[in-house]
Design a protein around this ligand. Sequence first.
Ligand SMILES: *Cc1c(COP(=O)(O)O)cnc(C)c1O
Length: 379
Amino acid sequence: MIKRYLLAPGPTPVPSEALLAMAMPIIHHRSPDFLPVLDAAKKGLQWLFQTKNDVLILCSSGTGGMVGSVNNFFSPGDRALVINAGNFGERWTKIAHAYGLEVREIKQEWGYTVKLDDVEKALKDDPSIKGVFVQATETSTGVYHDIETLASLVKKYEDKILIVDAISALVAHDLKMDEWGIDVMIGGSQKGLMLPPGLAFVGISDKAWRFADRAKCPRFYFNFKKERESLAKNQTNFTSPVTLIIGLNECLKLLQKEGLENAFERHRRIANATREAVKALGLRLFSQESSSNSVTAVIAPDGLDGQEIYKNLRVKYGITAAGGQGQAKGKIFRVAHLGYADTFDVITAIAGVEMVLKSMGYPVKFGSGVAVAEELLMQ
Ligand SMILES: *Cc1c(COP(=O)(O)O)cnc(C)c1O
């Protein structure tokens, strides 16, 4: 037997409270049993998204929420500004193209955050831009984009909205949807929310709902206006993922007990310890600035393959972290500290990295990364 540790940037471990609740017999989504369940989920999500508006619950992986955020707010031919700083930024471009939007990209070298001047300039130069698409955490590079400032830039324009893929950032980063003026914010169940894969969440501002009234892209399954009408009756349009929503309520309860600020602080603490520990091992971070508190991307030492490090962690020690994606494949490996994660997940990850690197011939003084992590985790 090999004991397994899930330290990937999604899916993430699920707390037993949620697992147990999800083991209960299935209830019917149109029966009165389900109404209070969805009502609680609705309220909990508003709290988490820091918004007074409804947060839609979709039965899909996170990308479904991204797709719906393109075809519910825009029409073919609309101009989109995509901040492309990694694999998930690239996904925005692909989805926008699939629905016939015209895309202008701000391409950022991987490992860096978007330059706010570039965004400000693009918005001024190009009055036809209707939507700005970005990730909060670009999971492929471990970088966090400054969403608060981006929102302040887009907010100045009545005819533009900001769409934030916060799928891997929610719970790890403070994202004040209403206060900052984020128009559309997307979450996913299998990341900071500590659930199995299968749910996407979309928070929507009043301004974005006005865009939805005019949008002409084709849509059927993800029809946000219809979802909103259903949600008002504590229903979803189609069969609700009842089991996952029951689990969601358990995870929201755990987070409410902890408090939002404390959850952000926990992620700050474990992310910082992870980063400092890998640096103490002589490794370099892939994120050159503004590192995310959800995931740490580490450059593989010279001569070592990042995919091999990732594979050895899993095969030798049962630790499922992540490799690189796209152009970073082979160059990096990634360790998540997201969701149901705390002090000893960091220790496990760093100890595993030390042992794997040693076995691959990299000079490691055992415990040198762990010691730094321990110091920081005790603070
Ligand atoms: C995980 C992730 C997604 C969604 O991926 P799915 O596989 O569709 O759940 C989207 N954006 C980011 C930044 C992610 O980390």
